[in-house]
Design a protein. Structure first.
Length: 239
């Protein structure tokens, strides 16, 4: 149902009328999706609209219970929050090596930009360093500037892991090589400096501590969930 005269909130390319957000709800053990209309204040509609988009990406456990959004849905939710929520953007940015007030988005992607990069890694048999080419993607690439330094473009290369995820070989090193390779590239935000960020549940970090610490920054899903509700999930069922 559309509310006459209300502004429309664009989400994932779809305009959702403010004041009348239709969101699906799960009904019964079969997991049937039943439409529901929810009213909201204009300032709440962006969050509800994002939640509406995310519903189609939820996964289910063996008992048919709702568990958590798929990784790509969380990537998109993170990009939207970094773009639109000033308080969250400031909090998130200041968890990295970059510190400052009023970070402003310049450019971002959450469609997993991909490339091959050359880097020096130890040979698996001999242990001797060798130059190899590794393919890989950045889950979310967020480019921003601080208000006081508008000419200094900074980038966060964010790797998002679910509780059930795992690292690919030398993933932190490949992330860093890709971040350096894309520096000053207009196709990737034309940034000057970068940091790599691992975004994951605390349980994932604890199980993979040695590799996780090779990223520049770790940020927990549990902390992001204070700002982005789609990161709230049952850890036990998300494994």
């Amino acid at each position: 149902m559309e509310a006459t005269g209300k502004p429309r909130v664009p989400v994932d390319g779809v305009e959702v009328p403010a004041g009348a957000i239709s969101d699906p709800v799960i009904s019964g053990e079969s997991g049937d999706v039943v439409p529901r209309t929810a009213t909201c204040r204009d300032d709440e509609c962006q969050e509800l609209a994002v939640a509406t988009v995310l519903w189609s990406h939820f996964t289910y456990n063996a008992r048919g219970g709702l568990t958590m959004p798929a990784e790509k849905a969380l990537d998109r939710a993170l990009e939207i929050a970094l773009r639109d929520d000033q308080d969250f953007r400031k909090w998130f940015v200041n968890k990295t090596k970059f510190k400052g007030d009023n970070p402003r988005r310049v450019w971002s992607r959450s469609d997993n930009p991909w490339c091959g990069v050359k880097l020096r890694l130890p040979n698996r048999q001999t242990g001797e360093p060798e130059v190899v080419t590794r393919q890989g993607e950045t889950d979310v690439l967020f480019v921003f500037v601080f208000e006081a330094e508008p000419g200094r473009r900074l980038a966060l290369h964010i790797e998002n892991k679910l509780a059930s995820g795992r690292f690919t070989p030398f993933q932190p090193e490949v992330y860093a090589a890709r971040a350096e390779f894309w520096t000053h590239n207009p196709s990737y935000g034309n940034y000057d400096e970068w940091d790599t960020v691992l975004l994951a549940p605390l349980s994932f970090r604890d199980r993979h501590a040695a590799i996780a610490q090779r990223f520049g920054t770790f940020i927990a899903h549990e902390d992001v969930a204070q700002y982005v509700p789609s990161f709230r999930h049952d850890e036990g069922r998300g494994k």
